[in-house]
Design a protein around this ligand. Structure first.
Ligand SMILES: NC(=O)c1ccc[n+]([C@@H]2O[C@H](COP(=O)([O-])OP(=O)(O)OC[C@H]3O[C@@H](n4cnc5c(N)ncnc54)[C@H](O)[C@@H]3O)[C@@H](O)[C@H]2O)c1
Ligand SMILES: [Zn+2]
Ligand SMILES: [Zn+2]
Length: 366
């Protein structure tokens, strides 16, 4: 039997996944969020998920996350309440939550660098309580939410909160993939696989996926990778150089966030190539300028702006991008600690993206 949502008049608390420092998570009872600013909305989450960034947070790689923060920056849900200045959404609307909150007015927003919005940016599950809960408060709801058709598939839609725009913007777009290019993607997690799906929009000649996880590499092949390499044996550089007749790859996308994987990208990049860093790094890496200074290489870093979400949403809704193929496991919110364990042991558990559903039944007035 399904349980009732924590939204009846008398119930003022909800279940939420709370961060208490490196490797300390707890599913706790927390106050239900309320509208704090006229541009806010409160959304009842129906589906959320876990990002590789949440694993970096758990490791202590992201110092902005305070003890007591509710994690999660991805989700789909139903609007519960809107502030007086919210124009585009109404209670009862089904919405996609973007990980980026943007005021739309500051100098960074005017430059379409929404992730650096002076009043917003990546807030959810970072400096503001996030989506791994029954309810979430969304700042700047008019720009941070997207209206979904009532019958849109929650599982496919939730890939649009972070994984797809990140793989596309920080990987394919920053890497400036051109028709005929050879592309290497280091890291076949959901973000690396999202980069794989979206670099193919530019007709590369070859896409090489590199990971330590044979299951994820198998999934990469099914999603269009022309070559896969398990880098466990340590011969990856030689292998890629042989594949490219010693010239290296035109684009190397780093989708892990470790010094070793950043090093690998530097070692396999061709003259004139683009290294697109996507991974969240918790420690410094060595920049091999003694080798790269004359190589005409471009190195990009980027926090996803999510400005391409409307375009990607159209592609997923039309079936042009099959985002649901990234989903491997499903849990209820009450099982979220288990979901973290499975996602954190992805190779052993054959996990890609884990869906966490909040399938409580709405009771009482909206
Ligand atoms: N820049 C941004 O805005 C942004 C946004 C979202 C996520 N990210 C980052 O993107 C990265 C990928 O996210 P994800 O959700 O796919 O994470 P994930 O943890 O699911 O995937 C990481 C993958 O890297 C592989 N890996 C680990 N060590 C490796 C090694 N030495 N060699 C090769 N592969 C190795 C793992 O097996 C795994 O498949 C993370 O660092 C995440 O924090 C960045
Ligand atoms: Zn993310
Ligand atoms: Zn702004």
């Amino acid at each position: 039997m399904k349980k009732a949502c924590a939204d009846v008049e008398t119930i003022r608390t909800m279940k939420a996944l709370v961060f208490h420092g490196p490797n300390k998570l707890a599913l706790e009872e927390r106050p239900k969020p309320e509208i704090m600013s006229p541009t806010d909305a409160v959304v009842r989450i129906t589906a959320t998920t876990i990002c590789g960034t949440d694993l970096h947070i758990l490791k202590g790689d992201v110092p902005t996350i305070a003890d007591g923060r509710i994690l999660g920056h991805e989700g789909v849900g139903i609007i519960e309440a809107v502030g007086a200045d919210v124009e585009n959404f109404h209670p009862g609307d089904k919405v996609l939550i973007s990980l980026i909150s943007s005021c739309g007015r500051c100098s960074f927003c005017r430059k379409e660098m929404y992730s650096h919005c002076s009043n917003g940016g990546w807030l959810l599950g970072n400096t503001v309580d996030g989506t791994q809960a029954e309810y979430v408060r969304i700042p700047y709801a008019d720009t941070g939410l997207y209206l979904l058709p009532p019958d849109a598939d929650d599982e496919a839609m939730v890939m649009l909160s972070c994984a797809l725009p990140t793989g596309f913007e920080c990987g394919a777009l920053s890497g400036q993939v051109q028709p005929g290019d050879t592309v290497a993607i280091v890291g076949a997690g959901p973000v690396g696989l999202a980069a794989l799906l979206t670099v193919q929009l530019y007709s590369p000649a070859a896409v090489v996926m590199i990971d330590l996880d044979d299951n994820r590499l198998k999934v990469a092949t099914s999603l269009g990778a022309t070559h896969v390499v398990n880098s466990w044996e340590g011969k990856t550089v030689e292998w890629v150089m042989a594949l490219t007749h010693n010239s290296g790859v035109d684009v190397a996308i780093e989708a892990v966030g470790l010094p070793a994987t950043f090093d690998l990208c530097q070692a396999i990049i061709a003259p004139g190539g683009h290294i697109a860093n996507v991974g969240v790094h918790g420690t410094s890496v060595e920049l091999h300028l003694e080798k790269l200074w004359a190589a005409n290489v471009t190195l990009t870093t980027r926090l996803v702006d999510a400005g391409t979400t409307p375009m990607l949403l159209g592609m997923v809704l039309s079936g042009r991008l099959d985002a649901k193929k990234l989903v491997s496991h499903r849990f209820e919110l009450s099982e979220i600690l288990k979901a973290y364990e499975i996602f954190g042991n992805a190779a052993k558990e054959h996990a890609i993206k884990v869906i966490i559903r909040n399938s409580c039944v709405k009771e009482g007035p909206i």
